[in-house]
Unconditional design. Structure first.
Length: 314
């Protein structure tokens, strides 16, 4: 078959295999998800010179093939699985419980054409992994604390010991995160700028450095969408639904919300904005989300201009 001018590759990643589909040609094949299989896939795609290669984020399973594709200068992008599932349902390709396949992913790439973003460097990836580990430890500690309420006396003793161990590990990871930031002059400078803002502490700073490395390179609308705090319409015909936020990078958004609550108390600019929204009749959740978006906009501008906090931000 003669190759068309543009082609879009979808790769469905599993632990053992990589299922590949190309649109509009319709070619499909499978390789092993190991070093030999990935090398063969890269070589084959280099000959095809695709317009875009799309994969789902699959909890880290996609990283070896993504790194290999990016290193070969192939236009690879990793997207949120929900985006592909929503696209597939909208085009009638699958029911709620049907699995996503490589053909659907390739179709998504052809129709939506998500923007290719550069891979994070190795240091940033390590920072991201440490941050993810901290979050896992915090979740485990929270679950154990919840179990204390219904545990028997003997089990409570074991749970408390586990909580103490988890809290020590959390402190160790936080110490490691701090050391890694101080080892990088660029990260340290950005960290100092971010933490100069009242309400922004080390957790949000590290989360933004690792989870939102585009901070300072985007405009306010783009960075809000990337973090998932941009309001989206839910309108249909004459119906006007309540605008809501969704998508984006959920881990970044959750930490941003926690810091926003502190900023509402201690940051005069954010507090004034919050009170003004409440006086205007906005609900607490709506006002808090708007404050999170404003805080992120300020942080984005500060990193872009390389300037620390000033009280004249509005």
């Amino acid at each position: 078959m003669m190759k068309t001018e543009e082609s879009f590759v979808g790769i469905d990643v599993s632990k053992d295999t990589l299922d590949v589909a190309i649109r509009p040609e319709g070619d499909r094949w499978t390789v092993q998800n190991d070093e030999k299989g990935i090398q063969a896939l890269v070589a084959r795609l280099l000959k095809r010179k695709p317009t875009l290669v799309v994969l789902e984020a699959t909890g880290g399973l996609q990283m070896p093939v993504v790194v290999a594709l990016a290193s070969a200068k192939l236009p690879v992008v990793v997207v949120n699985p929900r985006q592909i599932r929503d696209f597939a349902k909208a085009t009638g390709k699958l029911a709620k419980t049907d699995p996503i396949d490589s053909g659907v992913i390739a179709h998504f790439g052809e129709a939506v054409r998500p923007e290719v973003r550069p891979l994070r460097d190795a240091e940033t990836q390590e920072l991201t992994d440490l941050l993810a580990r901290r979050r896992q430890l915090v979740d485990m500690a929270t679950a154990e604390k919840n179990r204390l309420n219904t545990a028997t006396k003997k089990v409570r003793k074991d749970i408390k010991a586990h909580i103490a161990w988890l809290e020590k590990r959390i402190k160790d990871v936080e110490s490691d995160l701090s050391k890694r930031i101080k080892q990088s002059p660029v990260w340290q400078e950005k960290d100092e700028i971010l933490q100069s803002v009242p309400g922004v502490g080390p957790v949000l700073s590290v989360t933004l450095l690792a989870g939102l490395p585009e901070l300072g390179t985007l405009n306010r609308r783009e960075v809000a969408a990337l973090a998932g705090v941009a309001p989206l319409n839910r309108d249909s015909g004459r119906y006007r639904g309540t605008r809501c936020v969704w998508g984006g990078r959920g881990d970044v958004r959750s930490v941003l919300y926690m810091s926003t609550m502190a900023a509402i108390r201690w940051n005069p600019v954010i507090r004034s904005f919050y009170l003004r929204l409440m006086r205007a009749g906005k609900k607490h959740k709506v006002a808090t989300t708007a404050c999170a978006r404003k805080l992120l906009t300020i942080l984005n501008a500060m990193i872009k201009t390389n300037m620390a906090w000033r009280y004249d931000y509005s």
